[in-house]
Design a protein around this ligand. Sequence first.
Ligand SMILES: Nc1ncnc2c1ncn2[C@@H]1O[C@H](COP(=O)(O)OP(=O)(O)OP(=O)(O)O)[C@@H](O)[C@H]1O
Length: 249
Amino acid sequence: MALLAVENVYKSFQGFLALAGVSLEVAEGSFHALVGPNGAGKTTLFNVITGRFPPDRGSVIFQGKPITGWPTHRVARLGLAISFQRAQPFASMKVREAVTLARLGYAGATFHLLRPLGAFTEALDAAREALAKVGLEDQADRRVSELPLGDLKRLDVAMALVAKPKLLLLDEPLAGLSRAERRRMVGFIRELLRREGVTLLFTEHDTEAVLELADRITVLHQGRVLVEGNPEEIRHDVQVRAAFLGGTA
Ligand SMILES: Nc1ncnc2c1ncn2[C@@H]1O[C@H](COP(=O)(O)OP(=O)(O)OP(=O)(O)O)[C@@H](O)[C@H]1O
Protein backbone atom coordinates (compact mmCIF):
# COMPACT_ATOMS: atom_id res chain seq x y z
CA MET A 1 0.00 0.00 0.00
CA ALA A 2 1.28 3.47 -0.90
CA LEU A 3 1.86 5.87 1.99
CA LEU A 4 0.13 8.60 -0.04
CA ALA A 5 -2.16 8.15 -3.02
CA VAL A 6 -3.64 10.95 -5.10
CA GLU A 7 -6.43 9.68 -7.33
CA ASN A 8 -7.72 11.49 -10.39
CA VAL A 9 -7.57 14.97 -8.87
CA TYR A 10 -9.05 17.96 -10.71
CA LYS A 11 -8.76 21.59 -9.63
CA SER A 12 -9.69 24.69 -11.57
CA PHE A 13 -9.40 28.40 -10.80
CA GLN A 14 -11.99 30.64 -12.46
CA GLY A 15 -12.40 28.14 -15.29
CA PHE A 16 -8.65 27.53 -15.69
CA LEU A 17 -7.86 23.83 -15.23
CA ALA A 18 -4.73 23.73 -13.02
CA LEU A 19 -5.00 19.97 -12.32
CA ALA A 20 -6.68 17.76 -14.90
CA GLY A 21 -6.94 14.25 -13.49
CA VAL A 22 -3.68 13.77 -11.60
CA SER A 23 -2.94 10.39 -10.01
CA LEU A 24 0.18 9.70 -8.02
CA GLU A 25 1.44 7.16 -5.48
CA VAL A 26 4.21 7.82 -3.00
CA ALA A 27 5.77 4.63 -1.64
CA GLU A 28 6.75 4.49 2.01
CA GLY A 29 10.45 5.26 2.46
CA SER A 30 10.84 6.81 -1.00
CA PHE A 31 12.10 10.25 -2.02
CA HIS A 32 9.58 11.24 -4.65
CA ALA A 33 10.03 14.36 -6.81
CA LEU A 34 7.25 16.26 -8.49
CA VAL A 35 8.71 18.27 -11.35
CA GLY A 36 7.52 20.25 -14.33
CA PRO A 37 7.69 23.71 -15.90
CA ASN A 38 6.27 26.84 -14.25
CA GLY A 39 2.50 26.61 -13.96
CA ALA A 40 2.43 22.81 -14.35
CA GLY A 41 0.34 22.50 -11.17
CA LYS A 42 2.92 21.33 -8.61
CA THR A 43 2.07 23.83 -5.89
CA THR A 44 -1.63 23.38 -6.54
CA LEU A 45 -1.25 19.63 -6.02
CA PHE A 46 0.64 20.24 -2.76
CA ASN A 47 -2.15 22.54 -1.61
CA VAL A 48 -4.77 19.90 -2.39
CA ILE A 49 -2.78 17.22 -0.53
CA THR A 50 -2.32 19.36 2.57
CA GLY A 51 -5.91 20.59 2.60
CA ARG A 52 -5.26 24.25 1.82
CA PHE A 53 -8.11 23.85 -0.62
CA PRO A 54 -10.26 20.88 -1.63
CA PRO A 55 -10.06 19.41 -5.13
CA ASP A 56 -13.05 19.78 -7.47
CA ARG A 57 -12.91 16.01 -8.01
CA GLY A 58 -10.74 13.09 -6.99
CA SER A 59 -9.31 11.94 -3.69
CA VAL A 60 -6.27 12.05 -1.46
CA ILE A 61 -5.52 8.96 0.63
CA PHE A 62 -2.91 8.86 3.36
CA GLN A 63 -2.02 5.50 4.93
CA GLY A 64 -5.18 4.03 3.46
CA LYS A 65 -7.37 6.75 4.98
CA PRO A 66 -9.28 9.22 2.78
CA ILE A 67 -8.25 12.75 3.81
CA THR A 68 -9.64 14.70 0.86
CA GLY A 69 -10.51 18.23 1.89
CA TRP A 70 -9.37 17.78 5.50
CA PRO A 71 -8.01 21.00 7.01
CA THR A 72 -4.23 21.32 7.16
CA HIS A 73 -3.89 20.95 10.95
CA ARG A 74 -5.84 17.67 10.89
CA VAL A 75 -3.73 16.32 8.04
CA ALA A 76 -0.58 17.35 9.95
CA ARG A 77 -1.69 15.45 13.04
CA LEU A 78 -1.98 12.27 10.98
CA GLY A 79 1.71 12.54 10.11
CA LEU A 80 1.82 14.57 6.93
CA ALA A 81 3.89 17.72 7.39
CA ILE A 82 4.72 20.48 4.99
CA SER A 83 7.50 23.00 4.85
CA PHE A 84 6.38 26.04 2.83
CA GLN A 85 8.91 28.64 3.99
CA ARG A 86 6.99 28.52 7.22
CA ALA A 87 9.68 30.22 9.28
CA GLN A 88 9.27 33.58 7.56
CA PRO A 89 6.14 34.72 9.45
CA PHE A 90 8.15 34.12 12.64
CA ALA A 91 10.92 36.54 11.63
CA SER A 92 10.94 38.54 14.88
CA MET A 93 11.05 35.46 17.13
CA LYS A 94 13.97 33.49 18.34
CA VAL A 95 14.68 30.25 16.50
CA ARG A 96 13.80 28.15 19.56
CA GLU A 97 10.47 29.97 20.00
CA ALA A 98 9.46 29.43 16.38
CA VAL A 99 10.00 25.65 16.59
CA THR A 100 8.30 25.47 20.01
CA LEU A 101 5.26 27.28 18.65
CA ALA A 102 5.17 24.96 15.65
CA ARG A 103 5.13 21.99 18.04
CA LEU A 104 2.33 23.51 20.13
CA GLY A 105 0.37 24.08 16.93
CA TYR A 106 0.67 20.42 15.93
CA ALA A 107 -0.17 19.22 19.44
CA GLY A 108 -3.52 21.04 19.22
CA ALA A 109 -5.42 23.59 21.28
CA THR A 110 -7.29 21.09 23.47
CA PHE A 111 -4.06 19.54 24.59
CA HIS A 112 -2.48 22.77 25.76
CA LEU A 113 -5.63 24.19 27.28
CA LEU A 114 -5.91 21.16 29.52
CA ARG A 115 -2.24 20.83 30.38
CA PRO A 116 -0.64 24.19 29.69
CA LEU A 117 2.64 23.64 31.53
CA GLY A 118 3.11 20.02 30.52
CA ALA A 119 2.43 20.83 26.89
CA PHE A 120 4.87 23.73 26.95
CA THR A 121 7.66 21.66 28.50
CA GLU A 122 7.04 18.88 25.99
CA ALA A 123 7.11 21.39 23.12
CA LEU A 124 10.38 22.92 24.36
CA ASP A 125 11.97 19.46 24.50
CA ALA A 126 10.66 18.56 21.06
CA ALA A 127 12.00 21.86 19.69
CA ARG A 128 15.45 21.24 21.19
CA GLU A 129 15.49 17.77 19.66
CA ALA A 130 14.36 19.03 16.21
CA LEU A 131 16.98 21.81 16.22
CA ALA A 132 19.69 19.30 17.12
CA LYS A 133 18.57 17.05 14.24
CA VAL A 134 19.03 19.84 11.69
CA GLY A 135 22.26 21.10 13.28
CA LEU A 136 20.87 24.44 14.48
CA GLU A 137 21.12 23.93 18.24
CA ASP A 138 23.76 26.65 18.54
CA GLN A 139 21.47 29.11 16.70
CA ALA A 140 18.50 28.57 19.04
CA ASP A 141 18.72 32.03 20.64
CA ARG A 142 19.17 33.98 17.40
CA ARG A 143 16.29 35.81 15.77
CA VAL A 144 14.81 34.02 12.77
CA SER A 145 15.37 37.20 10.71
CA GLU A 146 19.13 37.02 11.39
CA LEU A 147 19.60 33.56 9.87
CA PRO A 148 21.30 33.17 6.50
CA LEU A 149 19.10 31.51 3.87
CA GLY A 150 20.70 28.05 4.23
CA ASP A 151 19.99 28.04 7.98
CA LEU A 152 16.48 29.38 7.39
CA LYS A 153 15.79 26.39 5.17
CA ARG A 154 17.10 24.06 7.88
CA LEU A 155 14.78 25.84 10.30
CA ASP A 156 11.86 25.22 7.91
CA VAL A 157 12.71 21.53 7.99
CA ALA A 158 12.99 21.58 11.82
CA MET A 159 9.54 23.21 12.07
CA ALA A 160 8.09 20.40 9.97
CA LEU A 161 10.07 17.60 11.67
CA VAL A 162 8.96 18.73 15.12
CA ALA A 163 5.58 17.20 14.22
CA LYS A 164 7.32 13.81 13.85
CA PRO A 165 5.83 13.28 10.39
CA LYS A 166 5.80 10.08 8.34
CA LEU A 167 5.65 12.08 5.13
CA LEU A 168 7.31 15.44 4.58
CA LEU A 169 6.36 17.73 1.71
CA LEU A 170 9.06 20.19 0.66
CA ASP A 171 8.24 22.86 -1.91
CA GLU A 172 11.42 23.93 -3.72
CA PRO A 173 13.79 23.31 -0.80
CA LEU A 174 16.79 24.55 -2.80
CA ALA A 175 15.34 27.77 -4.23
CA GLY A 176 17.61 30.79 -3.81
CA LEU A 177 20.66 28.81 -2.71
CA SER A 178 24.05 28.96 -4.41
CA ARG A 179 25.29 25.89 -6.27
CA ALA A 180 27.55 24.88 -3.37
CA GLU A 181 24.74 25.40 -0.84
CA ARG A 182 22.36 23.35 -2.99
CA ARG A 183 24.76 20.42 -2.98
CA ARG A 184 25.11 20.67 0.81
CA MET A 185 21.33 20.88 1.22
CA VAL A 186 20.77 17.77 -0.93
CA GLY A 187 23.17 15.79 1.28
CA PHE A 188 21.59 17.22 4.42
CA ILE A 189 18.02 16.32 3.37
CA ARG A 190 19.00 12.83 2.24
CA GLU A 191 20.92 11.93 5.39
CA LEU A 192 18.46 13.47 7.81
CA LEU A 193 15.32 11.93 6.33
CA ARG A 194 16.89 8.49 5.86
CA ARG A 195 18.01 8.56 9.49
CA GLU A 196 14.57 9.64 10.67
CA GLY A 197 12.74 7.18 8.38
CA VAL A 198 10.72 10.01 6.83
CA THR A 199 9.26 9.66 3.32
CA LEU A 200 9.69 12.73 1.10
CA LEU A 201 7.58 14.32 -1.62
CA PHE A 202 9.24 17.44 -3.03
CA THR A 203 9.12 19.89 -5.90
CA GLU A 204 12.29 21.37 -7.32
CA HIS A 205 13.44 23.19 -10.46
CA ASP A 206 17.11 22.16 -10.10
CA THR A 207 17.19 19.15 -12.45
CA GLU A 208 20.59 17.96 -11.30
CA ALA A 209 19.49 17.92 -7.66
CA VAL A 210 16.24 16.14 -8.52
CA LEU A 211 18.06 13.38 -10.37
CA GLU A 212 20.47 13.03 -7.45
CA LEU A 213 17.99 13.07 -4.57
CA ALA A 214 14.88 11.38 -5.94
CA ASP A 215 14.35 7.67 -6.38
CA ARG A 216 10.99 8.26 -8.09
CA ILE A 217 10.02 11.21 -10.29
CA THR A 218 6.61 12.34 -11.54
CA VAL A 219 6.63 14.94 -14.31
CA LEU A 220 3.62 17.24 -14.47
CA HIS A 221 2.81 19.28 -17.53
CA GLN A 222 -0.25 21.52 -17.92
CA GLY A 223 -2.00 19.87 -14.99
CA ARG A 224 -1.45 16.30 -16.17
CA VAL A 225 1.09 13.59 -15.40
CA LEU A 226 3.35 13.49 -18.45
CA VAL A 227 5.46 10.57 -17.27
CA GLU A 228 6.66 8.85 -14.12
CA GLY A 229 9.78 6.80 -13.55
CA ASN A 230 13.09 6.42 -11.79
CA PRO A 231 15.84 9.01 -12.41
CA GLU A 232 17.44 6.99 -15.23
CA GLU A 233 14.14 6.59 -17.06
CA ILE A 234 13.31 10.27 -16.66
CA ARG A 235 16.75 11.39 -17.83
CA HIS A 236 16.27 9.47 -21.08
CA ASP A 237 12.63 10.29 -21.73
CA VAL A 238 12.23 12.38 -24.86
CA GLN A 239 8.95 13.99 -23.78
CA VAL A 240 10.48 15.01 -20.47
CA ARG A 241 13.48 16.56 -22.13
CA ALA A 242 11.23 18.63 -24.34
CA ALA A 243 8.86 19.72 -21.58
CA PHE A 244 11.08 20.06 -18.57
CA LEU A 245 14.74 19.40 -19.05
CA GLY A 246 14.90 21.58 -22.16
CA GLY A 247 16.76 18.88 -24.08
CA THR A 248 19.92 19.46 -22.09
CA ALA A 249 20.04 16.42 -19.83
N1 LIG B 1 -5.14 30.60 -6.25
C1 LIG B 1 -5.08 30.62 -7.59
N2 LIG B 1 -5.92 31.39 -8.33
C2 LIG B 1 -5.86 31.39 -9.68
N3 LIG B 1 -4.99 30.67 -10.41
C3 LIG B 1 -4.13 29.89 -9.74
C4 LIG B 1 -4.12 29.83 -8.31
N4 LIG B 1 -3.14 28.95 -7.92
C5 LIG B 1 -2.57 28.51 -9.07
N5 LIG B 1 -3.16 29.07 -10.15
C6 LIG B 1 -2.83 28.81 -11.56
O1 LIG B 1 -2.74 27.40 -11.73
C7 LIG B 1 -1.64 27.06 -12.56
C8 LIG B 1 -0.73 26.11 -11.82
O2 LIG B 1 -0.03 26.84 -10.82
P1 LIG B 1 0.97 26.18 -9.77
O3 LIG B 1 1.43 27.27 -8.87
O4 LIG B 1 0.34 24.99 -9.18
O5 LIG B 1 2.15 25.72 -10.74
P2 LIG B 1 3.61 25.22 -10.35
O6 LIG B 1 3.86 24.00 -11.15
O7 LIG B 1 3.73 25.13 -8.88
O8 LIG B 1 4.50 26.42 -10.90
P3 LIG B 1 5.89 27.01 -10.33
O9 LIG B 1 6.94 26.03 -10.72
O10 LIG B 1 6.02 28.30 -11.07
O11 LIG B 1 5.74 27.18 -8.84
C9 LIG B 1 -0.97 28.36 -12.97
O12 LIG B 1 -1.42 28.73 -14.24
C10 LIG B 1 -1.44 29.33 -11.91
O13 LIG B 1 -1.52 30.64 -12.44
